[in-house]
Design a protein around this ligand. Structure first.
Ligand code: SAH
Ligand code: SF4
Length: 409
């Protein structure tokens, strides 16, 4: 093997996975086995400053470290040239490392979507999934984010104007929604704040995103239930806002309706609070309890009551996500009921329709395109803002609810 930072691993994915005849996939360089290093990535400014003071350095060295980790997105301590060399060497000798999660595998879709298996530095080898969608999937349309500053001009050489990164918050999920592939894994473990923010930073680096110039949205809609890993999720959001420089108005967190989580979220200050999406998925409690057993604990009205506590920004809307299951939730009378429900909340809501994406071992059927359209136009006719999310990366199992660490596709 060559030296650590020159060696790249390649793997050949099956054509069935990539939809292309044959494809080489580049992986981040692997860490040498057996060395467990302490990750700096994931520590906030205060903690980094504390580390520096412990090392006998002035606290402002913490600021330099934060700049390097989160703005310059360095991958190794020895490349942080703002720190004196002896200090870098000492940190390495003391067992510190950047320790940002790394992209271990890439699946490329014919539509430009990329799905990554991301592995923690020095972790347990378990991987989570992160998805890059150039031009997004229409999910943010109409929720108040269009009017926000950042210019979306296309740069020479950039193949996208506006991209969305879908981020995981847990390995697996405990919530057990009947239509979701991630549920099949059960909850393996929570991700740390560094592991959540690290997915984003690794992807920003891969696509050479210029924060503040390029238009990037984050959706916490990958594997896991963010509000059942609340502290780590919000820790990651703070890092992404305060250190990486992303706007919380370009972030959306989706929850299956964890009421205590929504209530905590409502108390977050506006400067760090992402937008909120609720996975409604059904027109009433009876159907919702069938497909989302969590509804028996926190039924629709309890969820809506909690959502009402969120102080919305001007133009901000609450998103109701609604997965259309063929024959189960996709009828016109369901749409009428959803419209009634949306009005009853008194909240500025918009509905995102998602045609159910199939997965192995799940017994639902996809809605017919006519049913999707009839559902959409019924809601529209009832005066409810509604958008249909484009399925992205279906061929690589990157679409909603398809995230299950599938290397087999
Ligand atoms: N756990 C959170 C966030 C991750 S799931 C939540 O449930 O909100 C993100 C979205 O994908 C949810 O709205 C969920 O309802 C949807 N989803 C899950 N499985 C799906 C599938 N097979 N097809 C389409 N959407 C799905
Ligand atoms: Fe978990 Fe969300 Fe899937 Fe439900 S839809 S099992 S909450 S990831």
């Amino acid at each position: 093997m060559n030296s650590l930072h020159e060696s790249w691993k390649y793997s050949i994915l099956s054509p069935a996975v990539t939809g292309k005849p044959q494809q080489f996939v580049q992986l981040d360089a692997a860490e040498p086995a057996g060395i467990l290093r302490k990750p700096l990535f994931g520590l906030n400014l205060l903690a980094l400053a504390g580390r520096m003071v412990e090392a006998g350095e002035p606290a402002w060295r913490g600021k330099q470290l934060a700049e390097a980790l989160y703005r310059q997105r360095v991958g190794a301590l020895d490349t942080i040239t703002t720190l004196p060399k002896p200090l870098r060497q000492r940190l390495v000798a003391e067992g510190w490392d950047v320790g940002r999660p790394r992209i271990a595998q890439v699946f490329e879709s014919v539509d430009g979507t990329e799905r990554y298996l991301v592995e923690s530095a020095g972790g347990d080898g378990q991987k989570v999934e992160t998805v890059w969608m150039p031009e997004g999937d229409g999910g943010e349309t109409g929720d108040g984010s269009e009017a926000d500053g950042a210019n979306g001009e296309r740069e020479a050489g950039k193949r996208w104007e506006r991209a969305t990164i879908c981020v995981s918050s847990q390995v697996g999920c405990a919530v057990n929604c009947q239509f979701c592939l991630t549920a099949k894994l059960g909850l393996q473990r929570n991700l740390t704040a560094g592991e959540i923010a690290g997915q984003v930073v690794a992807v920003l680096e891969r696509h050479l995103v210029e924060v503040g110039r390029d238009r990037v949205n984050l959706v916490f809609m990958g594997m896991g239930e963010p509000f059942l890993n609340y502290d780590n999720f919000m820790g990651a959001v703070r890092l992404l806002v305060e250190e990486v420089g992303l706007s919380p108005r370009r972030m959306t967190v989706s929850t299956s309706g964890i009421v205590p989580g929504i209530e905590r979220f409502a108390r977050e200050p506006a400067e760090v609070r992402p937008k909120l999406a609720i996975s409604l998925n059904a027109p009433n409690d009876r159907i919702r309890s069938e497909i989302m057993p969590i509804n028996k604990k926190w039924p629709i009205e309890a969820v809506v009551d909690a959502v009402r506590k969120v102080q919305l920004r001007p133009r901000e809307r609450i998103t109701f996500e609604y997965v259309l299951l063929g024959g189960v939730t996709d009828r016109v009378e369901h749409a009428v009921e959803v419209a009634r429900l949306a009005r009853r909340t008194g909240l500025p809501v918009k509905v995102n329709l998602i045609a159910w994406n199939p997965g192995p071992g799940i017994e639902y059927t996809m809605p017919k395109p006519e049913a999707v359209e009839a559902f959409r136009s019924t809601l529209e006719g009832e005066g409810v803002p509604v958008y249909v999310r484009r399925p992205r990366g279906r061929d690589i199992f990157a679409a909603c609810g398809q995230l299950k660490r599938t290397v087999e596709g």
